[in-house]
Design a protein. Sequence first.
Length: 223
Amino acid sequence: MITFPGPVSALVTLPVPADRDGIARVLGLERFARDALPDVRVTIPAYNRLLIEGSPRSWDPADVEARLATAARECALKVPEIETGDPVSLPVCYDPELAPDLVDVSASKGLGVAEVARLHSRTVYVVLATGFAPGFAYLGDLDARIAMPRLATPRRRVEVGSVGIADRRTGIYPAAGPGGWRLIGRVPPAFFADPTERISRFRPGGTVKLRMIGRDAYEAECG
């Protein structure tokens, strides 16, 4: 489906799941848009959607729609290879004192705290989208054995570096603020101290690897 939310923008939604394969297809479409459409200024990929912004001097909605429709059909048929690069590696401390929902998740799933931490940290996650806050990445897919819905009532404050889960997604809060994901770990705040790096660290299609650290190592990273 192609819609035009603005005078020089197009939003393409591919008829595929919003998962790893979905973002791979979207990135293929993004490459096409960058190469084949004139004067593309901005592209924003997320899940199974791509937002494209062009220039008033060359934007022809009928031509853009025709080109994108053909490319979208091709992208929906196969999963292209994507260059993920080296995973972003982040240390996570799974200590219940730093992770207020870890024990509840463990109990709800009939798993030990250590097993929840193992299942969460063993996956190499793909960045499916960025947003909510500058530097926040929606990572998937979370192991179904520890998937949990969002909290019914969001917290007014979540500490920087908190690692949350919501359904089949996980993410790390890059700054303190409100949030409704279930918190099961924490990355040392120093990893989010540089605003520029915090924003540029994650890119849709990139990968993220989490590694377990103990409380002493966490405290050492905190200085």
